[in-house]
Design a protein around this ligand. Structure first.
Ligand SMILES: CCCCC/C=C/C(=O)SCCNC(=O)CCNC(=O)[C@H](O)C(C)(C)COP(=O)(O)OP(=O)(O)OC[C@H]1O[C@@H](n2cnc3c(N)ncnc32)[C@H](O)[C@@H]1OP(=O)(O)O
Length: 301
């Protein structure tokens, strides 16, 4: 699925040839990576083929301080995902974070606060695109969740095929939008319902639950909770199990299961964008975002 056309100059500008990862220009071995292991990336996304697992790439999110999903970051993630999808040497991706303690703080609030409708529309299009790209990926996508993962970070995790969460009580995960005075869109809701069931999702969404690892495992929002230093190795071994399945059969099955949910958005993407722009532009919502952003600042003392 190609990136949607109609991206504005800012986003198109980000589609420039990639920034070189030091010592690892596109297609050439990264320094110290051994022969034939190529690593590529962009300022905020590092993609390293896993030297221990043929056909597996580790995608590290590195948009400090909190991997908030800004428009630039979303665009770089989309470019990396598209490149991996198009490179037939890859069969699986492990998505993880390079920001200590944070998987992703979710959507970048500054992309939705005090922004004009045209920007909000462009931003939301990119949010939709990231979800569709991950959720419908032909690759095996495993979330190695090594930090807190609220809202959009939780959506990214839920869009993976499998979720491994580090057993650190600070690393809560959930769709906490109501705590900000906003709401999760229907397709966020759909993915949560598909994962943890209707009643658990209804409760979690209304109360903005952020589940600590033990509760996240119990409710099923993650598949495994392991010691922090075993997240990556566990993700690798799960990847090996999934890659033992013939790709074509697995991909057709994934599509069979996920297409109805994705279609609900695909059939109304523009309406969803317009709904988002109308909702986020409301004075009351802007006020909620302002209060929440102030709280984040005050928290720092
Ligand atoms: C229809 C409307 C949309 C519906 C869908 C919405 C989905 C979303 O994802 S909304 C975003 C939800 N995210 C959150 O509620 C998380 C908010 N952040 C936090 O709770 C914390 O920052 C943390 C637990 C993720 C990390 O805490 P800590 O390590 O203490 O770091 P700080 O809180 O000091 O944050 C550092 C820095 O980053 C800014 N920031 C944090 N989160 C976001 C964000 N989501 N968007 C933009 N900026 C964020 C924070 O304000 C600090 O900024 P500075 O003060 O300038 O350093």
């Amino acid at each position: 699925m190609a990136l949607t056309v109609g991206l504005r100059p800012l986003t198109r500008a980000l589609l420039r040839p990639w920034a070189r990862v030091p010592g690892a220009a596109l297609g050439r071995p990264a320094a110290g990576s051994g022969d034939g292991v190529r690593c590529f990336g962009s300022p905020r996304v590092l993609v390293e083929p896993d030297p221990a697992a043929v056909g597996v790439a580790v995608m590290k999110m590195r948009n400090p301080p909190v991997n908030s999903l800004s428009l630039e970051f979303l665009t770089e993630l989309l470019i990396s995902l598209e490149k991996l999808e198009n490179d037939k040497t890859f069969r699986g991706i492990i998505i993880t974070s390079d920001c200590p303690g944070i998987f992703s703080a979710g959507l970048d609030l500054l992309e939705m606060y005090g922004r004009d409708p045209a920007h909000c529309a462009e931003y939301w299009k990119a949010v939709q695109e990231l979800w569709l790209r991950v959720y419908l990926s032909n690759l095996v996508v495993i979330g190695a969740i090594n930090g807190i993962s609220p809202a959009g970070g939780c959506l990214l995790s839920l869009s993976c095929d499998y979720r491994v969460l580090a057993n650190n009580p600070k690393y809560a995960i959930g769709l906490n939008e109501t705590l900000l005075g906003i709401i999760a869109p229907f397709w966020f809701k759909d993915v949560l319902v598909n994962t943890i069931g209707h009643r658990a999702a209804e409760r979690a969404l209304q109360l903005g639950f952020l589940f600590p690892p033990s509760d996240a495992l119990q409710v099923g929002i993650v598949d495994q909770v392991v010691p922090e230093d075993q997240v990556q190795s566990t993700a690798r071994s799960v990847m090996a199990q999934w890659l033992a399945i013939p790709d074509h059969a697995r991909q057709l099955t994934k599509n069979l299961v996920r297409k109805p949910t994705a279609d609900r958005l695909l059939q109304q993407r523009d309406a969803d964008i317009q709904n988002f722009v109308r909702f986020i532009s409301r004075d009351s919502i802007q006020k909620s975002l302002h209060v929440y952003l102030e709280k984040l600042k005050q928290k720092k003392g």
